[in-house]
Design a protein around this ligand. Structure first.
Ligand SMILES: [Fe+2]
Length: 386
């Protein structure tokens, strides 16, 4: 995605004969997005990637909506989502609209008996707890606490976890997830003012090439349903590929904060963009250094976007009642701001250790039934003086 990458063996020219030692052809696949206009990758497979044996079953994983139209601020206690053995079953959608779905997940076990492919959406998986290896048909990535994993739609993957204690904050995006355009020059290179650069972006480094035939279960997500498909060839059978469409990792700890004499607006924290929402990183940083500055944010009316903040670690200066794994939802249409007393309390502080991920959506988010199980229904009254 962010720049050209090549892994394994590929022929000199695209769409030309590329043969195995036994003289037979490798099977070439162009893997592209937005028709033929978006980023693409050319991969070479031991076997044809088209060998569907059976479509065993189909079931819906579409979020169940509890609050469609609403104007209430919410807090959700994310760590109250119960761990589950299976990765896909552990994914609980909490907020959703037609552009994206925000998911909390606490999987205990690695994916062993199936491959997963989300053909509906790009996935951003933020690793709040846990470490392991993301294994994909385009190579593997190691991950640990603080990593954003960006998995473009259609990438076939498995996840290996090192332990059973894992907490993931996931955004499924029906729009492609990019690094912000204003950070890049005409050629796509990240500019000097970008809070991260190419050195911070980790690309797949290890290709698993299997040439096995048999029954391989792939769970494919499409239109909110999961289809259990059985393929005749091993999905990880790529010998080489090149292009721009591949999964990658970026650590929130490598995001360099931009600070100023007075309070900086949220766009300085921007990490990813789509044309329907943005993802921002709030990281440990020096506070505003004007002698009269108020480090706590001012009240603001995000009149036409919903604001979701996922609290990861540290001290959250604008709130008194926020803990790790909490999510706040500040909906479009009404102002929100610091908790009573926190603006005054912030004066004179020189730095913050807060770590949080923000998702601002341009369309309102609906609250799901899963979210209501962990919701604080009184949060919207928390700006009152007590
Ligand atoms: Fe806000």
């Amino acid at each position: 995605m962010p720049f050209y990458h090549k892994l394994g063996n590929i022929p000199h020219k695209r769409h030309t004969q590329f043969r195995k030692e036994d003289g037979s052809l490798y099977s070439e696949q162009l893997f592209g997005t937005i028709g033929f206009d978006g980023m693409s990758t050319n991969s070479y497979h031991e076997q044809r990637p088209t060998q569907v044996k059976k479509i065993k079953k189909q079931y819906s994983v579409a979020p169940k909506i509890a609050k469609k139209n609403h104007i209430q601020s919410y807090r959700f206690r994310g760590f109250q989502v119960k761990p589950e053995n299976d990765y896909l079953e552990s994914r609980k959608a909490v907020l959703t609209n037609s552009d994206c779905t925000i998911i909390l997940s606490a999987p205990k076990h690695s994916t062993t008996d199936y491959f997963y492919k989300n053909s509906d959406a790009d996935e951003m998986i933020f690793i709040h707890k846990g470490s392991g290896k993301l294994r994909t048909h385009l190579g593997n990535l190691d991950f640990k606490y603080g990593d954003y994993l960006i998995i473009p739609r259609g990438i076939i993957y498995k996840i290996d976890f090192d332990t059973e204690d894992n907490r993931l904050f996931i955004v499924e995006s029906r729009r492609p997830i990019y690094t912000p355009k204003r950070y890049r020059n005409h050629f796509g290179q990240l500019l000097e003012h970008s809070p991260f650069c190419e050195r911070d972006i980790r690309r797949p480094y290890e290709l698993e090439t299997n040439n096995e035939s048999g029954d391989f279960l792939m769970k494919v997500k499409k239109q909110g349903d999961i289809f259990d498909m059985v393929y005749a060839s091993h999905p990880f059978d790529v010998v080489g590929y090149d292009g721009y469409n591949y999964p990658y990792a970026l650590s929130i700890h490598d995001f360099e904060p931009i600070t100023g004499r007075i309070h900086q607006p949220p766009p300085v924290h921007q990490t990813f963009e789509t044309d329907a929402f943005v993802i921002c990183s709030f990281v440990p940083r020096m506070y505003d250094y004007h002698p009269q500055s108020i480090p706590a944010p001012y009240n603001h009316s995000n009149i036409d976007s919903d604001e979701v903040l996922y609290y990861v670690d540290g001290d959250f200066m604008s709130r008194n009642d926020i803990d790790q794994g909490h999510i706040s939802l500040h909906p479009a249409g009404i102002p929100h701001g610091p908790h009573p007393g926190t603006a005054e309390k912030s004066i004179g502080k020189t730095k913050t250790e807060e770590l949080a991920v923000m998702v601002d959506t341009f369309k309102p988010l609906m609250v799901t039934e899963e979210a209501m199980k962990i919701a604080d229904e009184d949060y919207h009254k928390s700006w009152l003086d007590h």
